[in-house]
Design a protein around this ligand. Sequence first.
Ligand SMILES: NC(=O)c1ccc[n+]([C@@H]2O[C@H](COP(=O)([O-])OP(=O)(O)OC[C@H]3O[C@@H](n4cnc5c(N)ncnc54)[C@H](O)[C@@H]3O)[C@@H](O)[C@H]2O)c1
Length: 456
Amino acid sequence: MMNKTLTQTTTGRRDFMQKSALAGAGMLLMPSGSLFGARSANNRLNIALIGSWGRASQHYSALKGENIAVICDVNKENLAKAQKEFPNATPYEDWRKALDHPGLDAVLCCTTDHTHAFVANWAMNRDLHVYVEKPIAITAHEARVLRKTYLTKKGKLATQVGTQRHAFPNFSRVRDMIRDGVIGNLKEVQTWGMHARRANSYFPAAGSAPSHLNWDLWLGPSPEHPFNPAYFELGDRAGLGCQSWNKYWDFSMGYAGDWGSHTFDLAWNAIDAQLPISVSSKSSEDPHSDVTPEDVHLSFIMPANEWRDKVRVSWVQTKEAVKSPREWMDLDKLKHGALFKGDQGFIIADFKTRTVIPFGRNADMSYYQPRSRDAVAPDIGNFQHEWINACKNGKPEQTSCNFEYGASMIETLCTGLASFRSGQSFDYDAASGIASNAVANQFLTKPYRKGWTLNG
Ligand SMILES: NC(=O)c1ccc[n+]([C@@H]2O[C@H](COP(=O)([O-])OP(=O)(O)OC[C@H]3O[C@@H](n4cnc5c(N)ncnc54)[C@H](O)[C@@H]3O)[C@@H](O)[C@H]2O)c1
């Protein structure tokens, strides 16, 4: 199966990447006021930056060529930091109002995980292009809502999930090598991360929130919880603040959505994955009502596609090294990685490098037919610019992690967490999003506070 000449899927993707590179090199200018282009002068996008500091500050330089029309933050001190950077932007505290600011083209969302699906879906409902930080959603249901909305707008809106490591050329090279048969027929894939941490339970009440923080808006759609400053312990370290709140089910999906978003992407991209047909999990921990696990092994059977058989794919978050295929290779040193097993060899990859280990008497690699240089997809380049270009160039579907791709990947990880939380393995009906186990189904969605809707 693996040694077939390149199929349509690969060719389509290659065309797309080559066209993307062309678009990046000489961006197509769209008439002002066009749904696909930028509305402001000089073809600059009018962008609302929602969640304006923390991880957002790491997007400032990529946004410099655009018009940041709106900044929105529930924390006045963080808003003030963003105001220094974008003094002409209109400030907002409530993202629901910010999205209705006149003349917007696009939204970049760097809020807490539990608000991503809300901001992104409301933005698409207003025909705004969206870049949302990972994880795109925290339940399978939220991911399905986003994918559905996106598909109704496909060809009109540019979307990107903030898994920027995807732009490392290694992602494409691993994919190319597997497709060109370097390990023979694909048999199994394992991905892992070794930095997961566990919290104890939601923090108890600790007085009122400081006057600069709107705790009620921070909670947003989450069920009610009392304020405690411990949720903001790392809040003054840009891009690390999430580590203080992302181990609680009401605010996040834990490490699977954090580093899993990046590392599972190595596999998802390489194998043309689709929603699983069955899901299972194992862990040394009992599931906890409040907090996400530290140690868990989520396992999915992915359906066969046109170039490979059905395959088991797993996400492992663990303190201990995953088992190495060769004992002289210590995978303890590889804190985030992917292991692809074929019938002729292994690929072990991290975000930037890969190693091929052929095995067996017949693994002479004569079956491997690497593509020619001109069949290699060009580099994605700057990941944020890929989205900005797609907002403007009339080819909005040409981002590498659009909401069809990103939502399906997160939906899959969420089904794995539902297996862990329910203690059940199940078959999964991708068409309906229903698990064959009633308890597991409860964990494919979550309750929201009264007055909050995903579809605003
Ligand atoms: N792609 C990556 O490599 C990467 C790296 C770090 C963080 N992240 C993601 O970025 C997001 C933010 O992480 P962080 O570490 O900056 O968190 P943080 O809590 O430190 O910062 C979030 C910012 O958004 C604001 N905010 C929170 N809720 C809001 C709301 N409802 N409306 C408006 N503003 C709101 C906060 O006040 C703060 O300024 C998370 O989803 C995280 O997973 C991605």
